[in-house]
Design a protein around this ligand. Structure first.
Ligand code: MG
Length: 160
């Protein structure tokens, strides 16, 4: 049995009038994340943690923002693509842990829906997928409400 760990990090800017989509879930908010895709910072960090664990480069390598196919794309589709890349190479997911930094709105009521949404895409149990959220106490880009960041680690294994 072979175990590998991976790390992912992402940042997106907050803008008025954009949808706020986090962990595949749309959250009511006057501001949302700006990006070439739907800018789901949680899913992007998770994608990079999984790709990193498998030694498969990063999300920008597989889904470049110069490719019109990925304009305004649903990040859930990108995550499903990452899952397929790992599955083809015989990797299974042990667990994922992710932390979002966002000042406002509060996302606590949506965490379990995010976990369930992510677990379904990754053919995993909700217990294998952790999503946490914190503010940064008014400090930095998160505190100034300029954007949101997400960090993720993933453990994968192959063999039996
Ligand atoms: Mg991103």
């Amino acid at each position: 049995m072979s175990f590998r760990v991976g790390f992912g990090y992402d940042v997106h800017r907050l803008e008025k009038g954009r949808k706020l989509i986090l962990g595949g879930v749309e959250i009511p908010s006057p501001v949302g994340l700006l990006g070439y895709s739907d800018a789901d910072v949680i899913i992007h960090a998770i994608c990079d943690s999984l790709l990193g664990a498998a030694g498969l480069r990063d999300i920008g390598f597989h889904f470049p923002d110069t490719d019109p196919r990925y304009k305004d794309s649903d990040s859930k589709v990108l995550l499903a693509g990452v899952f397929q890349l790992l599955q083809k190479r015989g990797w299974t997911i042990v667990n994922i842990d992710c932390t979002l930094t966002l000042e406002s709105p509060k996302v606590a009521p949506y965490i379990d829906t995010m976990r369930q949404t992510l677990a379904e895409i990754l053919h995993a149990d909700i217990g294998q997928i952790s999503v946490k959220a914190t503010t940064t106490e008014g400090l930095g880009l998160t505190g100034r409400q300029e954007g949101a960041t997400a960090y993720a680690v993933a453990l994968i294994n192959s063999g039996s």
